[in-house]
Design a protein around this ligand. Structure first.
Ligand SMILES: Nc1nc2c(c(=O)[nH]1)N[C@H]1C(S)=C(S)[C@@H](COP(=O)(O)O)O[C@H]1N2
Ligand SMILES: [Mo]
Length: 295
């Protein structure tokens, strides 16, 4: 972590991790009654109990989740250390013959996406070293690197392999949230330091494309400077913290921030609402430098 007052930590505490559910009451699933079925266009149907799962080799992964409904500067983006079993071994045993999957859950949720995306997935049953909490999908949820939150199905019960495309829960309601995440830099904190400078900071995320740089402007986008970044976490689908300090030199500074991906692609400036394909545009703050009320 970069050490700065008010900056969100690299690993989100469970109580601060965002939550999105289709129902107002979450299901309670007993661990010894839970099972995951692999069905549909497969050579061999599979059933996996929690005991079966617990015997497979575990993997620990830092992974960031972000909801497709999250505005550019929203808060529906968090990171945890997840423990679970790669879904690939189970898929290999089933020997799928289709290229899509429908993943279903206890709460009636269902989501459809490419089998190839699922291949990199994890069946997670621990979060930040504790048993997976009920609100995050206990006893087992799916985690799929690089994609919007909605395909990370909680309380997972079935993976049906499909030989044609279908629509998932949110796609039936006008969203296109099964693809890879949009790149975003959040401007989540601003502080006046004791020496008079202003510190701005936040978190930036580009899915598996990776955040290479974060650029900050204090003049509404005319000139840009590289922010300081936290060291990358050891896994590929994670955010990075950024910080930047500047000397207020005029009455008003408009701070704008944008992320740059590993291949040099700059986060697009074009503004779009979250619906239907995820928000785009740059986060910004316009503040009176010398009388910065909230600094
Ligand atoms: N079973 C189930 N899985 C679900 C959902 C849900 O409502 N039910 N919400 C999805 C959405 S839209 C998002 S963004 C993520 C949020 O995961 P979290 O609540 O653990 O942060 O879970 C996804 N998985
Ligand atoms: Mo979501």
């Amino acid at each position: 972590d970069l050490d700065a007052d008010g900056l969100d930590p690299l690993v989100t505490a469970i109580e601060n991790f965002y939550e999105v559910d289709i129902n107002s009451i979450n299901p309670t699933v007993e661990t010894d009654e839970w099972a995951l079925d692999v069905t549909g266009a497969v050579l061999e149907t599979q059933t996996l109990t929690f005991d079966d799962l617990a015997e497979l080799p575990v993997e620990h992964r830092f992974e960031t989740l972000r909801c497709v409904g999250d505005p550019v500067d929203g808060r529906k983006m968090s990171t945890a250390l997840w423990t679970g079993v790669p879904v690939d071994a189970l898929l290999d045993r089933a020997d799928p013959a289709g290229s899509r999957v429908m993943v279903r859950a206890v709460d009636g949720y269902y989501n459809e996406f490419p089998l190839d995306a699922l291949r990199g997935g994890l069946l997670a049953y621990r979060m930040n070293g504790a048993a997976l909490p009920r609100k995050h999908g206990a006893p087992v949820r799916l985690l799929v690197p690089g994609h919007w939150g909605e395909i990370n199905v909680k309380w997972i019960t079935e993976i049906e392999v499909l030989d044609r495309e279908e629509e998932g829960y949110w796609e039936k309601r006008g969203w296109f949230g099964t693809g890879t995440v949009n790149t975003v830099a959040k401007l989540w904190t601003e502080r006046r330091l004791d020496d008079g400078r202003v510190r701005v900071g936040g978190l930036a995320y580009a899915g598996t494309r990776g955040v290479d740089r974060v650029e900050v402007s204090t003049d509404g986008g005319e000139t840009w400077t590289d922010a300081r970044l936290s060291d990358p976490l050891p896994d590929e689908d994670v955010w990075r913290q950024w910080l930047h300090e500047f000397e207020p030199t005029r009455d008003r500074h408009e701070v704008v921030v944008r992320a740059v991906e590993a291949d040099g692609t700059v986060q697009p400036e074009t503004e779009n609402t979250p619906q239907p394909r995820g928000a785009s545009g740059w986060a910004s703050l316009a503040r009176a430098g010398a009388m910065c009320a909230r600094c």
